[in-house]
Design a protein around this ligand. Structure first.
Ligand SMILES: Nc1ncnc2c1ncn2[C@@H]1O[C@H](COP(=O)(O)OP(=O)(O)OP(=O)(O)O)[C@@H](O)[C@H]1O
Ligand SMILES: [Mg+2]
Length: 232
């Protein structure tokens, strides 16, 4: 589903990714870890198509992102949920509106949007905060709004960048449980994290990045997730 071939990315003299080759299968759950500056965020942004590689290429469901038009990329992105390291919530919009917007940009019917948004906020345990504004929420609640916004469109791929940063161990486990549920429904999940809490005793695949290179890749001990989902 996600294939990287000799992928490199630099920002001026800073090498963020250096000749990375990687294959992530449909329905896999993958952690990407490694020290600060190792290239985790850059890797997710390349998969999302919001950064272009300096060299090499990547395929998402056999589609070469180097060769795709802007409009096709926008369509592809509708199938990819991204939980940003810094949330990127809209402070002038309510929790409900922050989540609904992911569906509104797709031009879906208002009734469907309302139903799906309520349902997703229930899933992340935030029904009681629908009318609140992001700045009045705790860090953990903001994190869950960001997750709701990424999963409300039932993405085929969920990319989450440090989704439990700054959360206490209890909330970290709750967020992990949420991701497990999303994975069980058949979504391919890639989580970039430093969290020892998340990585300790995990059964999922763990890819380690160091200075933009893959220095470790521990295979999963559980089968790929769930339901049979259609191609992009
Ligand atoms: N927009 C940018 N401009 C310049 N350099 C950048 C930019 N984005 C990333 N880099 C550099 O690329 C390297 C990898 O950064 P990246 O953000 O991918 O690391 P990371 O593993 O996500 O780190 P962290 O754990 O701190 O989030 C770093 O050296 C960083 O300084
Ligand atoms: Mg990062």
């Amino acid at each position: 589903m996600i294939q990287l071939f000799d992928l490199s990315k630099n920002f001026g003299p800073n090498v963020a990714l250096n000749n990375v080759n990687l294959r992530i299968h449909r329905g896999e759950f993958v952690f990407v870890t490694g020290p600060s500056g190792a290239g985790k965020t850059t890797l997710l942004r390349l998969i999302f198509g919001s950064e272009k590689p300096a060299s090499g290429y990547l395929l998402i469901n056999s589609i070469n992102l180097n060769r795709i038009s802007r409009s096709k990329l926008d369509l592809l992105r509708r199938k990819i949920g991204f939980v940003f390291q810094d949330f990127k919530l809209l402070s002038k919009k309510t929790v409900f509106e922050n989540v609904a917007i992911a569906l509104e940009v797709m031009g879906l019917r208002p009734r469907f949007i309302r139903k799906k948004t309520h349902q997703t906020l229930r899933l992340v345990g935030l029904s009681h905060k629908e009318k609140a504004y992001p700045l009045s929420l705790s860090g953990g609640e903001q994190q869950r709004v960001a997750i709701a916004r990424a999963v409300v469109k039932d993405p085929l791929i969920l990319l989450a960048d440090e989704p439990t940063g700054n959360l206490d161990p209890q909330l970290t486990m709750e967020i992990m449980e949420l991701f497990r549920g999303i994975h069980r429904r058949g979504t391919t999940v890639v989580v970039a994290t430093h969290s020892r809490e998340l990585l300790k005793d995990t059964d999922f695949r763990v890819i380690v990045l160091h200075n933009g290179k893959i220095s470790g890749d521990t295979p999963s001990r559980v089968p790929a997730g769930g339901a049979d989902r259609s191609n992009i």
